[in-house]
Design a protein around this ligand. Structure first.
Ligand code: DC
Length: 240
């Protein structure tokens, strides 16, 4: 992916804040909260990989065939419409959130062909007034020159508990020990894959969220935004 990380220009068309980390660290919630505070666009890149995984399963494309998955990924129309995710015009917002969809996403995400197909889409998402991008390789590969990179982490147990609660709240079936095992396996795959593995960028601010709540994490991130982007339009009482 190095040719993709090394772009020609020095600047993005708008500022980017990257939020990376494993599942269940609260990335999505923090990214959403920050996007609201700043009035910036939000890009949930996990949803892109989840859409590719879902399309592959639905169309019978084997999850171990990188070239076929890459062509499939390049052919998909993935759109974000407020809270909804549309895949070729169909609302897949619920279908992509199951534990199985997470597993399929992680498997298709191992393939460079798939990552390449989604890279342009991610880079084109940078537009004024700014972008908050959440994922696994935002700070390392997709937006290496982002002025602020955040990496959220938490213990495996806490992450599994959070994911369990999330799925339950959405009315989805979830057995805790199955989920804990699946999450550990998915994280191992995401960290150990050859291309764009999950890892903090060298210049990332790493925050362990194991024992702090969402409000406190958001407040901490807001402090970092003030430091890195002093002109960003933050309200004065962001985390209240
Ligand atoms: O953040 P999430 O749980 O929705 O992501 C689902 C999977 O997609 C994750 O296990 C790995 C993959 N992914 C990735 O490889 N790179 C990203 N930038 C985002 C997600």
């Amino acid at each position: 992916m190095s040719e993709q990380g090394e772009e020609q220009g020095n600047h993005y068309p708008a500022p980017v804040i990257t939020i990376d980390g494993p599942s269940g660290t609260g990335k999505g919630t923090i990214a959403e909260g920050l996007a609201k505070l700043l009035g910036w666009h939000l890009l949930d890149t996990g949803a892109l990989y989840r859409c590719v995984g879902l399309a592959a399963v639905r169309r019978g494309t084997p999850l171990d065939q990188g070239a076929a998955l890459g062509s499939l990924a390049a052919s998909l129309r993935i759109e974000f419409d407020a809270e909804r995710v549309l895949l070729d015009g169909d609302d897949v917002s619920t279908d992509i959130r199951t534990a199985a969809a997470g597993e399929h996403a992680s498997r298709v995400a191992q393939w460079p062909e798939v990552r390449r197909a989604l890279w342009r889409l991610q880079r084109d998402a940078v537009r004024p007034p700014g972008l908050i991008a959440d994922g696994r390789d935002m700070g390392t590969v997709v937006y290496p020159r982002a002025p602020l990179k955040v990496y959220l982490d938490a213990t495996p147990r806490v992450r599994a508990e959070r994911r369990h609660k999330q799925l339950k709240e959405k009315g989805m079936d979830a057995n805790f020990s199955d989920l804990e095992r699946e999450l550990a396996e998915r994280d191992r795959r995401d960290r150990e894959r050859a291309v764009s593995p999950l890892a903090p960028a060298e210049d990332a601010v790493v925050i362990d969220t194991s024992s702090i709540g969402v409000e406190a994490v958001l407040a901490r991130v807001v402090d970092e935004v003030r430091r890195a982007l002093p002109d960003a339009p933050l309200s004065t009482e962001p985390a209240a």
